[in-house]
Design a protein around this ligand. Sequence first.
Ligand code: SF4
Ligand code: SF4
Length: 297
Amino acid sequence: MKEIVVLSGKGGTGKTSLTASFALLAGSSAVVADCDVDASDMHLLMDPVVKQKDLFYSGKEAVIDQEACISCGRCLEVCHFDAVLSDGTHFEIEPVNCEGCSYCARVCPTDAISMKPSLAGELYVSEIRSDANMVHARLGIGAENSGKLVARVKNEAKALAAGDSREMVLVDGSPGIGCPVVSSLSGADYVVIVTEPTISGWHDLKRLRELLRKFRLPSGCIINKADLNDKYADEIRKYLIEEAMDMLGTLPYDENFTAAMVQGKSILEEPFSESETAEQVRGIWQRIKAVVGLNKE
Ligand code: SF4
Ligand code: SF4
């Protein structure tokens, strides 16, 4: 089983639109994992039908037992995060502000404060219209530890793929190079970077490449909207050669991508499926399969 992670140094390069297209081309041979848990949007293109839902807990938060509280105010004094709310007699915790440091619990004279697991989000296993499973998640408002949730999503997807003898796990990763991206790279076989010919696209491609070098992961690049700026498209091509990265293909700026997204579709579906860009996307997917070693047919 191969694990292919699709990343972009910056947002807005078309990463998710392309990953959705690849998911449709992979069909039932893939389990799809939406690891962009801070701003997940694969579900908008994949029509998931949720089959299983789990709660995701991460870290701890303080809870006050009102029966045991004697309103001494010690918790309010020591909390550095404005997480204790009080009118002078009633004390309660605001979970969004609570960092789970346990300081209040340690100073409470009546042991009225306990530390409970903090609900950070929900994890879903769904069926999508490519006859595959998709694992996705929703991070709770103000919840942190998205790196841990990414790890949960990926591990669930890998277990499903292994159990059903699927060829691959196809991961839609987060933009940037932060903790969720690092988490999505663990165990990957190949990374597809979607970039665009802008100064920020080029700059963020280089940052991502530096990160991948540390993981010693092979990677290839798709230059999306390549005709928007010839200068930066050429700079990116030269950079890929210098870095010995695979050039997986270029795509033009094509308003069909946006039109398809507005309809909740990929560019491979009607009425866009016969477009030249759709054909190029199919070609890129074949190249990805070839470099990853999945071209058996
Ligand atoms: S420290 Fe304990 S007893 Fe004092 S106000 Fe806070 S919860 Fe109540
Ligand atoms: S656990 Fe820490 S952050 Fe949360 S209420 Fe207590 S002192 Fe404040």
